[in-house]
Design a protein around this ligand. Structure first.
Ligand SMILES: Cc1cc2nc3c(=O)[nH]c(=O)nc-3n(C[C@H](O)[C@H](O)[C@H](O)COP(=O)(O)OP(=O)(O)OC[C@H]3O[C@@H](n4cnc5c(N)ncnc54)[C@H](O)[C@@H]3O)c2cc1C
Length: 450
């Protein structure tokens, strides 16, 4: 192997890129990080530090027995992750959450990377997808526009999104099926599965009117400056639709036509909210057409007004953000390599995971996968029983490619543990069983590499 191909080039020194570099360098691989800041700025970053947290200073729940993000923390710690070590060192009191002093955190990551004998940093923007060498692109939600163009050219423009318009995603087992029913509009589809592909929640006129009032009154988030270019491309927030007219939603995503309530076939619903399956396992459903800029607290309140969703548990709430991300299920192989150029991996938020922790975790995987490939000892990712495995399987195969939107880690991505009670009551035991199984599997995966 030539000296040239033995270097691992990582584009972007954010959460994912820094972690990827750390992991690969610790395996003895020479790493060059290419970071455009501070030469080229983004609208959200404020410093030239690596691993800058652009908004909240929280890594969310640190509970590794009952929470999927907490489990991801555990896995990253077990794998000697730099992001978790930095977070631990600069932790702030925050109840069960892992919050950090953001400046001290980013400075620590920057120092550790600078001090690593196997890592160097080159400051400058990378604008193309190279055909040679081993690369990891971890350029994040604010990937520079020039690189965005190069990616679109490589992948096809329709495979790269610049906004996420996320409808809320709900755990199927928290939906009241005594109220909701399964049916596709006009029973469309060849198979019974297709004819019953949607989950429907009916509304009376009074319920609809109250829902519209709540939508109009809800607290909403403003866009950041520079964030909105190209925003209104067919993904209007529902509250904007409601502002355009009280009936707009009833003639749009909430239209009641072609549907018969199996619980009450004689009564025609005034409006119907439809949910669509969001993963192969069928554990998660998204509310069709319900992308929103409502604040999170308001969303939970307003969406629980929908009949059948009174007790809904949200795997994630809705949003519309500037976010450059690939249609990973069609573009990447199970090693996060670009199918059209396998010398290039993508990692972090640009692959369609969402959040600091998820991005860093995907960086950890990409760093290890790429390093082992360079060293001639290739490895596979951990299986889907682990939090990292569940995420990578979701983005590279488990998610529906047509409706692919960025995803947080959550237990809905995990294969069920057999023999456990469903529903609300069994939840605590179920989550404990998921996390126990994940830890054992993850440890085996780590042992397999040593
Ligand atoms: C406005 C905003 C608010 C957010 N708030 C939160 C939040 O509160 N909590 C949360 O968990 N997540 C939040 N996110 C998501 C967050 O950005 C990601 O979770 C996380 O930072 C992604 O990590 P990453 O490594 O993939 O990307 P980043 O951390 O963004 O790192 C990407 C790096 O690549 C560099 N780069 C980009 N293009 C190039 C190029 N062409 N050449 C060289 N370098 C390049 C960038 O300068 C950056 O340093 C927010 C995102 C945005 C945009």
């Amino acid at each position: 192997m030539s000296g040239m191909t033995q270097i691992l080039h990582i584009v972007g020194g954010g959460m994912a890129g820094s972690e990827a570099a750390w992991q690969a360098a610790n395996l003895g691989v020479q790493v060059v990080i290419h970071e455009m800041r501070p030469k080229v700025e983004t609208f959200a970053h404020q410093t030239g530090n690596l691993a800058e947290m652009v908004c909240s200073n929280s890594f969310r729940s640190d509970d590794d027995e009952q929470n999927a993000v907490g489990l991801l923390h555990w896995e990253m710690r077990a794998a000697n992750g730099l992001i978790m070590a930095a977070a631990e060192k600069h932790r702030l009191p925050a109840g069960g959450a892992l919050a950090v002093d953001r400046e001290a955190f980013a400075e620590f990551v920057t120092q550790e990377i600078n001090a690593h004998p196997n890592i160097s940093i080159e400051y400058g923007e990378v604008n193309e997808i190279p055909s040679e060498g081993t690369w990891v692109f971890a350029t994040g939600p604010l990937t520079s526009p020039k690189l965005g163009e190069a990616i679109a050219k490589e992948t096809g423009a329709d495979r790269l999104a610049f906004f996420d318009a996320i409808a809320p995603i709900i755990y199927r087992d928290s939906i009241n099926m005594d109220v909701a029913w399964m049916q596709s509009r006009y029973d469309k589809g060849e198979t019974e599965e297709e004819q019953k592909a949607y989950l429907n929640c009916p509304m009376t006129k009074d319920q609809y009117e109250a829902f519209i009032d709540a939508l109009l009154a809800a607290d909403k988030t403003e866009f950041h400056e520079g964030e909105t270019a190209g925003y209104f491309d067919g993904c209007l927030p529902i509250e904007v639709m409601a502002e355009r007219g009280r009936e707009t939603l009833r003639f749009g995503p909430m239209k009641p036509v072609g549907l018969t309530n199996t619980h009450d076939p004689e009564t025609k619903a005034y409006a119907v909210v439809q949910l669509r399956r969001d993963n192969k396992l069928g554990t998660l459903y998204n509310i069709v057409g319900f992308q929103t800029k409502m604040k999170y607290g308001a969303q939970a309140e307003v969406f629980k007004m929908i009949p059948g969703l009174e007790e809904a548990k949200f795997a994630r709430l809705g949003g519309i953000h500037r976010n450059t991300f690939l249609n990973s299920p069609t573009l990447l192989d199970d090693q996060m390599r670009l199918k059209s150029k396998p010398n290039v991996r993508f990692s972090g938020q640009v692959t369609g995971v969402e959040g600091y922790v998820e991005s860093a975790a995907m960086g950890l995987l990409a760093g290890r996968l790429a390093a082992h490939e360079i060293l001639g000892t290739p490895i596979t990712p951990p299986n889907g029983n682990t939090a990292m495995g569940a995420l990578i399987h979701h983005i590279t195969g488990g998610a529906e490619a047509k409706t692919f939107q960025p995803m947080n880690v959550n237990f809905g991505l995990f294969p069920p543990v057999e023999g456990l009670k469903g529903g609300r009551r069994g939840r605590k035991d179920r989550y404990k069983a998921y996390t126990d199984r994940a830890k054992e599997t993850f440890n085996q995966w780590l042992e397999g590499q040593s």
